[in-house]
Design a protein around this ligand. Sequence first.
Ligand code: FMN
Length: 319
Amino acid sequence: MHLPVYFAPLEGVTDAAFRRVHSEHFTGVHKYFIPFVSPTQDLVFTPREKRNILPEYNQGYTAVPQVLTRKADHFLWAANHFADMGYGEVNLNAGCPSGTVTAKGKGSGMLTDIPGLERFLDEVMAKSPLPVSVKTRIGFTSPAEFERIMEVYNQYPLHELIIHPRTRSQQYEGRANKFIYRDALAASPLRIVYNGDLFTAEDCRRHAEENEKTAALMLGRGLIGNPALAQELSGGERLTKEAFISFHDALMQAHADFHPRNVVFGRMKEFMKYAVCSFEDFDKPRKKLRKAANMDMYLDAVHRLFDEHDISETPGYEP
Ligand SMILES: Cc1cc2nc3c(=O)[nH]c(=O)nc-3n(C[C@H](O)[C@H](O)[C@H](O)COP(=O)(O)O)c2cc1C
């Protein structure tokens, strides 16, 4: 497949340790999107945000920081810092479905106030020191909202527009709406990136064949599930068990360098929630991993998985 592949930001999974270890073990990812920072009134990055965004934690690959805010001045404050740090792009989160976020008009909440979104983009596009890309959903409650939303985006010279074709109401349920995506793609002068439910190499190849204008694919759960997915798509080696185990162990060590055992357990369990799907007959091990209540139970479950199950024919993610 010829399309560039981007790693989607997943708060709680694709943190700095994950991105570093992933980029050291696998090829094929053109950009890693960093989970959002959300500026507050006092305009300081929290220690946790700093561990995610400072350049020293993002060496060896191309990273794109993301901002969750509805205030143009807060976005510009962050963008100016990112420019000073040497980043080449800043991304706006207009997709987050969480109730606490949307209640403040942020994330996909921005899609409920079209004049507000226009004012935001007017100011940000006029003053941003960096090219601005946007990651959006197709509406808050209905896909019918997307036509108007696209009219807004299409007015601006966005660096890229990443479309996750679900509404906020869908959260991550139901299906990504391919038809709405196709219509928006056909009518837009922008560089459009597709994101949503591409879980295997076959899914990605099919999307590329059916949507010639798509400029890049952004992969989240599929690329966590099969960490060699981008590598395979760009002509490199398919996922092997040796490569998986080596990645798994390095990731666990990287978390252990920074965090106590219970935090390492939580991070690894979250990662394996997706990655267990890359093994044959993963139903039982998935249940065992779900039940794991501490690190010992987790290690017991993964060691069994590694001993008794091979990598499946179609590694990826299954909801
Ligand atoms: C646990 C979790 C955390 C996420 N965190 C972010 C985030 O920080 N910023 C963002 O834009 N999207 C976030 N997303 C959305 C993903 O980037 C992506 O759009 C979504 O998973 C759909 O893509 P996929 O089907 O390839 O996984 C998150 C999704 C999940 C499940």
